[in-house]
Design a protein around this ligand. Structure first.
Ligand code: GDG
Length: 478
C-alpha cells in the first residue's frame, strides 16, 4: 500500500549515502543544514524525499531498495531514489546542469558549452523525475522542488495532470537579462518555472533579475509587485515570486563549536600557527568561488606590505568537486601553481604564507578552523548565498574574527552591517580589506561579530523552511 506524503521534497541527489555494514549496504542520512531543517518538518508531516543516485555505483543492494521506495534512511521520511545511468549523468548533470546553467547563472557565460545534446538529456531526466513525483504524490501532497537541475519538472507534472501546490527554490543566483538571454532554451525554462505556485530566490537581486527576464522574454505574463512580493499570472496559472534567504542551523553550529574535541583541535591549530593571524578560505573546488583571484590578492598584500610577513598566514581549504569536468581539473592546477609560487617567493624559516588542504575536512576540523580563524576571506565571484560565511559567524563563539566577504555573495545582502565587503575582482581592494581586518582591534571585532551572529541566528534554516512552507500553503493550487 502506498503511504500518503504531505510534503515531498525533490533535489538532484538524495540526502543520504550508502555504506557497507554487517547486514549489507545501509543508508546513512546526510547531515547538511537543509536536511537538518527539514527533518522536523518532514517528520511532522509524513514527508518523502526524492532524489537521484548513480545506477552504476557498487552499492546495488541499498539502491535497489531505494528504487523500490522501501528503504528508510532514518525514521523521518521516506527516501525514493531515481537511478541515473552514466549517459544520463553525463548529459543532464555534468552537461546541461554544470556546463551550461551553473556557469551562465553565475555570470560566466564564456565557460558555457551550449551542446544541444545536453538539453535533450536535461529534458528527459526532468521527465523521469516528474514521473516519480507524480507516482509518489497523493491528493493534498505539497511538492517542493530544489535547484537548477530540475527547472522543467513543474511543466511535466502539470502535463501529467497534477494540480498540487508546487514550489521551486533556486539555490544559485539568477542572472540579469543580457546574460540569461544567451541561453538557447531561455523561454522554455522561464515558462516551465511558471508552472510552480511559488518561485523562491535567495536575494532581491535574483528576484529582480528574474522579473526583468520575464518582462522581456514572456511579455504575455502579467506581473504585479506588492512590496517585496511579485504576483504573476498568464490567465491560467498564478505564481508568487519571492525572496527566501537560506540560513544555517545556528544553534547547532554554536553549540558544536564549544565541544571538547573542537576546543582541543583549535588549541593545536593555534599552537602550530605561532601567534600569526589566520586568514581562512573554505571552498568547494569551483571557478565561481574566486580562489585564484583571492590568492593573487594575498600575494599582493605580501608584496606591498612586508610588515605583515610572519604575522599572517592563509589557510585555504579546497574540497574536491566535479573532478570529471576538465575545467575543474585546470582550475586545481592554476590554484596549486599560484600557491607554490607564493610560498616559493615568501616562505621563511618557521613561516609558510599559504597552507593548502585539498580534501574534505571532518566537521571537528572545520569547526576548529572557524573558531580559530582571525579573518574569514570569502570572495566568490558570484554565489547564491554562501553558507560558509554564516557557519563561520555561528562558530565564532569568542567574537574575535573578522569577515571579509564578496559583495557578489548572496550572503552580502544580509551581512553588510558586520562584514567588510569587497569586489573579488579587485585584487588591490581585497588586499587592502585583509590589511584593514588584520589591523582591526578587539573591540571593533567584537562589535561587528555580535551583529553578524545576531543576523545569522535570526534568519536560520528553520525560519527559511517554515517561511517557504507557509507561502506554499497560502497560495491556491493550480
Ligand atoms: C549551493 C549554492 C548556497 C565545505 N567544506 C567542507 C564542508 N563544507 C560545507 C560547508 C557548507 C557547504 O559545504 C558549502 O555550502 P555553500 O553555501 O558555500 O556552497 P554550495 O555547495 O555551492 O551550495 C550556495 C547553497 O547552495 C545553499 O542554498 O549557499 O550559494 O552554490 O555547509 O560547511 N563540510 C565539511 N568538510 C569540509 O571540508 N564537513
Amino acid at each position: 500500500m502506498q503511504v500518503a506524503h504531505n510534503l515531498i521534497m525533490i533535489s538532484n541527489r538524495l540526502p543520504a549515502t550508502v555504506e557497507p555494514s554487517a547486514e549489507g549496504m545501509q543508508l546513512k542520512p546526510s547531515s547538511g543544514g537543509l536536511v537538518t531543517a527539514l527533518r522536523p518538518v518532514l517528520a511532522s508531516q509524513k514527508g518523502a524525499w526524492i532524489g537521484s543516485f548513480d545506477a552504476n555505483s557498487g552499492m546495488a543492494e541499498a539502491l535497489l531498495e531505494l528504487s523500490a521506495g522501501s528503504a528508510r534512511a532514518d525514521d523521518t521520511c521516506d527516501m525514493i531514489g531515481i537511478p541515473l545511468t552514466s549517459a544520463e549523468q553525463h548529459g543532464f548533470y555534468a552537461g546541461f546542469s554544470n556546463e551550461i546553467v551553473w556557469p551562465l547563472f553565475h555570470d560566466l557565460q564564456s565557460r558555457c558549452n551550449f551542446d544541444p545534446t545536453y538539453w535533450k538529456a536535461y529534458t528527459s531526466v526532468n521527465h523521469k523525475f516528474a514521473t516519480t513525483i507524480a507516482h509518489t504524490a497523493q491528493s493534498g501532497s505539497r511538492i517542493w522542488v530544489h535547484d537548477y537541475h530540475l527547472m522543467l519538472t513543474g511543466k511535466f507534472l502539470r502535463e501529467m495532470g497534477l494540480h498540487h501546490r508546487m514550489g521551486f527554490f533556486l539555490h544559485i543566483p539568477f542572472p540579469p537579462l543580457d546574460i540569461f538571454e544567451k541561453l538557447p532554451w531561455r523561454s522554455q525554462i522561464l515558462r516551465a518555472l511558471f508552472q510552480f505556485n511559488v518561485i523562491g530566490f535567495q536575494t532581491p537581486r535574483d528576484q529582480r533579475n528574474f522579473v526583468g527576464c520575464v518582462r522581456r522574454l514572456l511579455p504575455e505574463m502579467e506581473l504585479q509587485r506588492v512590496e517585496d512580493e511579485v504576483y504573476s499570472s498568464d490567465g491560467e496559472h498564478a505564481s508568487l515570486i519571492r525572496v527566501f534567504p537560506i540560513g544555517i542551523d545556528y544553534n547547532e553550529f554554536a553549540r558544536a563549536a564549544e565541544q571538547p574535541p573542537v576546543l582541543q583541535r583549535a588549541e593545536l591549530v593555534r599552537r602550530d600557527m605561532h601567534g600569526q593571524q589566520i586568514v581562512l578560505g573554505v571552498d568547494r573546488l569551483d571557478y565561481t568561488k574566486g580562489i585564484p583571484e583571492r590568492l593573487k590578492a594575498f600575494r599582493h598584500l605580501l608584496t606591498t606590505h612586508p610588515e605583515v610577513h610572519r604575522k599572517i598566514s592563509l589557510v585555504q581549504i579546497v574540497v574536491p568537486s566535479r573532478e570529471q569536468i576538465p575545467k575543474y581539473r585546470e582550475l586545481k592546477l592554476e590554484i596549486e601553481t599560484l600557491i607554490s609560487q607564493i610560498n616559493g617567493t615568501f616562505s621563511d624559516s618557521g613561516w609558510t604564507p599559504v597552507h593548502y588542504i585539498h580534501r574534505s575536512l571532518s566537521r571537528t576540523e572545520l569547526l576548529a578552523l572557524y573558531r580559530t580563524a582571525d579573518i574569514a576571506l570569502i570572495t566568490p565571484l558570484k554565489d547564491g548565498m554562501n553558507l560558509v560565511a554564516k557557519e563561520f559567524c555561528a562558530a565564532q563563539v569568542e567574537c574575535r574574527g573578522m569577515l571579509v566577504l564578496s559583495e557578489f555573495a548572496g550572503a552580502a545582502a544580509q551581512m553588510r552591517g558586520g562584514a567588510i565587503l569587497v569586489n573579488p575582482y579587485d585584487i588591490e581592494g581585497v588586499a587592502e580589506a585583509v590589511l584593514r581586518a588584520f589591523e582591526t582591534g578587539p573591540k571593533e571585532r567584537r562589535k561587528r561579530m555580535l551583529r553578524l551572529r545576531r543576523n545569522v541566528r535570526k534568519a536560520d534554516v528553520f525560519h527559511w523552511c517554515q517561511d517557504f512552507c507557509n507561502c506554499l500553503d497560502g497560495v491556491g493550487a493550480a
